[in-house]
Design a protein around this ligand. Structure first.
Ligand SMILES: C[S@@+](CC[C@H](N)C(=O)[O-])C[C@H]1O[C@@H](n2cnc3c(N)ncnc32)[C@H](O)[C@@H]1O
Length: 151
């Protein structure tokens, strides 16, 4: 487990830049307006952005025409997530359903992603609460589980 700070996520979506390469197939949960998707799209083999906002999906399709976007609620539609063609090839996942979400919800989402996206070897998570809890529980040391938590 690696821990990172808010600035690392925000400054030009640096995590997307540094953790993704041309061999990666990405699923981004909470793609919002497509800002992070744009960075991922420039680096990865392919990107699927998922969100529950129809308006934000429309804007992200306009902003990043080369990426794929779809309406999907990660909590309500885990079976549909697992059945997506992109799920079978996904190597890395970016999860940002709001950095201020309760950690119990974020942990629930991580569990769903681990069940549905079994080929994925890295999940990057944006969560203030989970980041604080992990920093306190683990003293900011790594255990290599492939989940990177950012506040
Ligand atoms: C803070 S924004 C993500 C910003 C994005 N990571 C970026 O850096 O540009 C959070 C997004 O998560 C979406 N979201 C919230 N709950 C969700 C859910 N259950 N499933 C999928 N997306 C969700 C929201 O609609 C919103 O667009």
């Amino acid at each position: 487990m690696l821990l990172a700070h808010h600035q690392i996520w925000c400054n030009g979506r640096n995590l997307a830049r540094h953790l993704v390469s041309a061999e990666d197939h990405i699923i981004e949960i909470g793609s919002s307006l497509g800002h992070c998707t744009e960075v991922l799209h420039a680096r990865a083999a392919d990107v699927l952005g998922l969100d529950v906002s129809v308006a934000q999906l429309a804007e992200s399709r306009r902003r990043v025409p080369g990426a794929e976007f779809e309406f999907l609620d990660v909590f309500e539609e885990p079976d549909r997530l697992a059945a997506l063609p992109a799920a079978a090839r996904c190597t890395k996942v970016f999860l940002d359903i709001g950095g201020d979400r309760q950690k119990v919800q974020v942990l629930n989402a991580i569990g769903i992603l681990r069940r549905c996206l079994q080929r994925a070897r890295l999940i990057v998570v944006k969560s203030e609460e989970l980041h604080a809890a992990m920093a306190s529980w683990m003293g900011c040391t790594g255990n290599g589980e492939g989940i990177l938590v950012c506040s």
